[in-house]
Design a protein around this ligand. Structure first.
Ligand SMILES: Nc1nc2c(ncn2[C@@H]2O[C@H](COP(=O)(O)OP(=O)(O)O)[C@@H](O)[C@H]2O)c(=O)[nH]1
Ligand SMILES: [Mg+2]
Ligand SMILES: [Zn+2]
Length: 336
């Protein structure tokens, strides 16, 4: 009992400190806006947020020039990938005045379970798995469910294909066949043999993508490979203002030579492994989607009910036994 009271007290104290910080940050950025407005604001123009250093947001204009910006109050949390309307103020600075509607928003549970926005307007999710560590079909299905619900188009990338051997050849072929059958693009790639990059560039072209997957599958290597000359503009910007080096924890949007964009950060790469509702999980198995809403009972749990359209679809072979097992397992492990 006593223990619990202390932890409640601590919680309140932490919440108070956070509240103070937010207030202070808000006051600082309001002050900054006043200062910038004093210099006279340019016309409204469109731009995209490519990174954020705390309250300072980096906006890129349509000519790919970068500006350090602050946002007007009440725009909510702005994140990497957001399309905004902003006004230039002085040299390389600006004020964000509006947020364009988002196509998608990637969020992550933060302090106290509250969802924290991470990145916006993602079109595609590249699910990276590899030959070593071995591909895990359950994890791939978990990411597919997350992608389908964002929504973003999933691409499955089988990395380290240079490690293909007599031992794993069959397993890999089976995995590929399963996802190809579902209509998901699947790319074999290797940072060692350079295989798959033409195909990958083709898929990433003119889209905004993120890479997700287990640690060790080669995400960092793939991203380095795609971005041979890392975007040094950000480093210049942060050292010029002494606002601290860009930390890899905040998201960053990069341009690819193929014309696509890549949003990256360790947080973004962890996307997809938290709770989802039972409805969202079902929706994420796209071969079952045509049967949603056709059960006899509107509150059907799809576990044992007579007249269940989902169980009937399984019995009719509309979903592979492994995928159905993953659907059930996911519901047990993640459904709220
Ligand atoms: N054989 C082989 N090893 C790779 C390949 N890509 C990455 N690796 C190795 O796999 C390990 C993990 O790679 P890393 O990019 O850090 O993975 P991350 O944790 O997903 O970012 C490193 O030792 C890499 O050298 C590949 O295509 N083939
Ligand atoms: Mg890494
Ligand atoms: Zn049902």
């Amino acid at each position: 009992m006593a223990k619990r009271r202390i932890s409640q007290q601590q919680k309140r104290r932490i919440a108070d400190i956070q509240q103070q910080r937010r207030r202070k940050a808000k006051a600082n950025s309001q002050q900054k806006i006043q200062q910038l407005s004093g210099q006279g604001l340019g016309p409204e123009q469109s731009g995209q947020i490519i990174s954020n250093f705390g309250q300072r947001l980096i906006v890129e204009d349509d000519q790919q020039q970068l500006f350090r910006c602050v946002a007007r109050q009440n725009l909510g949390a702005l994140v990497c990938g957001d399309k905004v309307i902003w006004q230039q103020a002085g040299d390389g600075e600006g004020v964000i005045v509006a947020l364009e509607p988002r196509k998608s928003l990637l969020q992550k549970p933060g302090f106290g379970g509250k969802l924290k926005p991470m990145a916006a307007n993602i079109d595609q999710i590249v699910i990276v798995s590899s030959l070593q560590p071995e591909p895990n079909a359950y994890l791939i299905d978990r990411y597919l469910v997350a992608a389908e619900n964002l929504p973003a188009a999933p691409i499955i990338l089988l990395n380290k294909i240079d490690l293909l051997s007599e031992e794993n050849r069959q397993q890999i072929a089976r995995l590929e066949a399963e996802y190809q059958h579902l209509g998901y693009p699947i790319i074999r790639a290797s940072n060692v043999s350079d295989e798959g990059f033409d195909e990958l560039h083709e898929q990433l072209k003119n889209k905004t993508s993120i890479f997700v997957g287990l640690s060790g599958v080669g995400k960092s290597s793939l991203i380095m490979h795609l971005l041979p000359e890392h975007d040094i503009r950000i480093g210049d910007l942060s050292s010029a203002t002494g606002e601290g080096k860009h930390t890899t924890t905040s998201s960053m949007l990069y341009h690819l030579s193929c014309g696509g964009q890549l949003i990256d950060s360790p947080g973004v790469r962890d996307f997809g492994l938290w709770n989802t509702s039972a409805d969202d999980i079902l929706y994420g198995f796209k071969e079952l989607r045509p049967f949603i809403g056709h059960c006899k009972f509107s509150n059907c749990s799809h576990k044992h009910e007579p007249g269940c359209a989902i169980l009937a679809a399984r019995d009719a072979g509309k979903i592979s036994p492994q995928r159905f097992q993953h659907y059930q397992k996911m519901r047990q492990e993640y459904a709220l």
